[in-house]
Write a protein that binds this ligand. Structure first.
Ligand SMILES: [Zn+2]
Ligand SMILES: [Zn+2]
Length: 245
């Protein structure tokens, strides 16, 4: 369903950070329509994360001013640019500062979620298609922040930076999935993967039937497992393997 604002510049309220360490200024900003591969979202809930504070403080080497901070939010798609098929107007979504294009080297690696498709643009506060911002105040551009800029009633993000969610989900709560909750889950996922690596190493060692392990206590075993996490230790293991055969 097309919205009445589709294709139009929207004027709305946003909290603009004009300078580091200076109070944000809530004022009218102009939000340009989404270009190809972009999504304009009506932000209904946003949270404050320490990373917003960090950039605002001036300590972030990537921090650019003036900008619109905010990266932990939820909202409803207002309109989409050409070629966007994953979401449509009316969808409930969470903007994601970490994109997932499902097509780049990083996305295909299965080892990381650090998608590189739009990072070159989001890292310098612009959109990828034309290297420009969609925000302005009286014609003066305002930088995007983390590819999300959710301290605004409307924002524009890349389509690979949007996650569609269940419309029943309460936006004032699920907005936390945009950073805090997912960051904790990611740490848990890393731990899980580390456990899997350790299990594989254990099975590998068991297969080698190293005399060294026989009759030794668990500390020795754990020490070997820790050593195997380092490439140089793999050489050691190969040596041990050859000696045990
Ligand atoms: Zn955060
Ligand atoms: Zn990617």
């Amino acid at each position: 369903m097309a919205s009445s604002t589709q294709g139009q510049v929207i004027t709305c309220k946003a909290a603009v950070a004009y300078e580091a360490n200076k109070p944000l200024v809530v004022e009218d900003v102009q939000v340009a329509p989404p270009q190809a591969g972009e999504v304009r979202i009506k932000i209904l809930s946003t949270a404050l994360c320490h990373t917003d504070y960090y950039t605002w403080s001036g300590k972030d080497p990537e921090g650019l001013f003036p900008c619109i901070l905010g990266h932990e939010a939820a909202g409803i798609v207002e309109s989409v640019g050409e070629g966007v098929t994953d979401v449509q107007p009316g969808d409930h979504v969470i903007p994601c500062y970490q994109a997932e294009c499902k097509n780049c080297k990083m996305c295909n690696s299965g080892k990381t979620n650090l998608c590189g498709k739009v990072r070159g643009a989001t890292g310098v506060g612009v959109m990828m298609s034309d290297r420009k911002s969609r925000f302005s105040v009286n014609g003066k551009p305002i930088y995007h922040f983390m590819g999300t800029s959710t301290f605004s009633q409307y924002t524009v993000v890349h389509d690979v930076s949007v996650a569609k969610i269940n419309p029943q989900a309460p936006l004032d709560k699920v907005c936390l999935l945009g950073c805090g909750v997912s960051t904790v889950l990611e740490q848990y996922g890393i731990l899980q993967r580390l456990k899997q690596v350790q299990l594989l190493l254990f099975l590998g060692l068991a297969q080698l039937d190293l005399q060294l392990l026989r009759g030794q206590n668990q500390l020795v075993l754990l020490g070997l497992l820790a050593l195997t996490l380092m490439p140089r230790s793999l050489m050691l293991l190969r040596t041990l393997e050859s000696q045990s055969l």
